[in-house]
Structures are given as structure tokens and as C-alpha cells.
Ligand binder design. Structure first.
Ligand SMILES: [Zn+2]
Length: 295
């Protein structure tokens, strides 16, 4: 009996370890609505997301930009509280932008737009999904709905966004969503110029890679995106999921006095290598299952 209890305890410990490991994974959503203390990252860029889902506030003397809206209306409200906690006014948020039209990054945009009066900018190809309020394109997770939101300005690749002292550039990096957008901007941190990249997701995340009727060139899009990501000079990589950039660990290092915790010019390249390998593996799997090549 005692031995059975010990082995049961051991099994539970092993189970606990396994669930801790999966808590680091992309499929764990438990921290997507968990508030964390907002903070300045570099230059005039602030973290205003939840523990698991980043959102970024980019401030200027002429008003502010918010990048990504969190998950659901509740996620949008969490971002609003973070902005206010930093001492900024919601009414000074003038422009909302979005990495991609998925519920976990676009679900709070409608509430943010209503509460700030800001204009929403989105890529031309993600616009229909934002305005319909669901993912567009074949995906094994289904359409994953979210509150629909009206886009005020739709743009293509290379769009510049200037507000006050800020100059951002939109790079279309489709694949994960059909209009996935990676934003870049220069900042100065203690006199040091740094290139910041807000990279869109590169994971397959249930996307149908073979015979996707609404996203026909999805395979070519992913491959072009890997090349684009490698071409962007990036000192500071700020991704749309916490675990893609180990943001919590970096924040802890920053709190312990490491002023360069967020600076790593090789990180985006390494992340791209990882996602490209995952993509090719998943493509091969889907092609084998379908009994035909993607194109
Ligand atoms: Zn996504």
C-alpha cells in the first residue's frame, strides 16, 4: 500500500512537471488574461499586455499608438488599465495597429477603439477578417471568432506610419494569417540607436497548407516571410506571444539591473530558423496525409 502511494505520488509529480512544461508552450492560454505590471521596454515603447499576450504602447508628444488588442473585450480592458497605470491617457491613443487578425491579438481591438476613439490601421488582406470577426482561411481550429471591428485605414507592404517622433514601417509577413504584419521602428535608448521589430507570428497553428481555398499561396507566403524576417535588421525583437521572446525572463533580468536584457541582434534569425523547420515538417506531414504536394 505504502509503495503504491509512493508510486502514485511520483506519477503525480511527473504529471505536474509535464504540465509545467506545456505551460511554456503556445497552446497554454492560462496567462492570456493574467495582468502583469506594465513597464518601459526601450525608448518610448511600453509593455501593456497580459502575462502571456503582449501588447505595446508607443508614446509620442502627438499621441500614442497601441499595437495589438489582446484576447477578447476583457483583454482590451486589461490593456487599457495598463496604459492608465503607466500614467498615460486613453484619449491620447490615436492609432491602433495589429500584427494579425486572430482572436488572441485582435479580440480587444473593438473595445480599445470604442474607449480611446483611435483609428484602426490594418493590412488590406487582414481587413476582411477583422471586420468579419473571425479567422479567414482553412484552419483545423475553425474560424475562432472575436468581436468584429471596423478598419479605418487599410494598407499594403511598406506602409509608413508617422505620429509625433515615431516612424514605423509595415512589412507584410503573411502565412500565419493572410495579412500578417511585422512592424519596425528605430528608437534611441540612452543615446544608443536600436532597431525594434514587432514580429508577426510564424507558426502553422492549424493552418491548412495543402488545398487552402481562401489562402491559395499560403506555402509561398510562409517561405517569403522567413526570408523577410531574416532581412530585417533587429536589435530588439518584440513578438506577439510572450514565449516567442522569453519576455518574462528578460523583464526579470532588467529588474535585476541588466539594461541590455531586451537587446539581442541574433534572436529574430534564430526564431525564424526554428519556425521554418517546424513549418517544413508540418508541410511534409500535411502533404503525406493529403497524398499530394501543396501545389
Ligand atoms: Zn495568431
Amino acid at each position: 500500500m505504502k509503495r503504491a502511494l509512493i508510486s502514485l505520488a511520483f506519477a503525480l509529480t511527473a504529471l505536474g512537471a509535464a504540465s509545467t512544461a506545456s505551460a511554456q508552450g503556445a497552446d497554454d492560454h492560462s496567462n492570456w488574461l493574467k495582468p502583469v505590471k506594465p513597464y518601459r521596454v526601450v525608448g518610448n515603447i511600453y509593455y501593456v499586455g497580459s502575462e502571456g499576450l503582449p501588447a505595446w504602447l508607443i508614446t509620442s508628444s502627438q499621441g500614442h499608438i497601441v499595437l495589438d488588442g489582446g484576447q477578447s473585450a476583457e483583454g482590451g480592458k486589461l490593456i487599457e488599465r495598463a496604459i492608465q497605470q503607466l500614467g498615460f491617457q486613453l484619449a491620447d491613443v490615436k492609432i491602433l495597429i495589429n500584427t494579425h487578425a486572430h482572436y488572441d491579438h485582435a479580440g480587444g481591438l473593438a473595445v480599445l477603439k470604442a474607449d480611446t476613439g483611435a483609428k484602426l490601421w490594418a493590412s488590406r488582406l487582414d481587413r476582411p477578417a477583422l471586420e468579419a470577426g473571425h479567422h479567414i482561411g482553412g484552419n483545423s481550429n475553425g474560424p475562432t471568432p472575436f468581436p468584429a471591428v471596423k478598419v479605418d485605414k487599410a494598407f499594403g507592404d511598406g506602409q509608413k506610419l508617422r505620429l509625433g517622433e515615431n516612424a514605423l514601417v509595415a512589412h507584410l509577413t503573411p502565412g500565419h494569417s493572410i495579412g500578417c504584419t511585422t512592424w519596425t521602428m528605430p528608437v534611441t535608448e540612452k543615446g544608443r540607436p536600436l532597431n525594434v521589430t514587432f514580429n508577426c507570428s510564424m507558426s502553422v497553428a492549424g493552418n491548412q497548407l495543402v488545398g487552402n481555398k481562401e489562402h491559395r499561396n499560403i506555402v509561398a507566403d510562409y517561405r517569403a516571410t522567413f526570408a523577410t524576417m531574416r532581412s530585417l535588421p533587429t536589435d530588439v525583437m518584440l513578438p506577439s506571444h510572450e514565449q516567442q521572446g522569453d519576455l518574462t525572463a528578460k523583464r526579470e533580468r532588467m529588474l535585476r539591473g541588466d539594461a541590455n536584457a531586451f537587446i539581442d541582434p541574433t534572436e529574430l534569425g534564430r526564431l525564424t530558423d526554428r519556425y521554418e523547420a517546424n513549418f517544413e515538417k508540418e508541410l511534409a506531414r500535411q502533404e503525406a496525409a493529403a497524398g499530394k504536394p501543396a501545389r
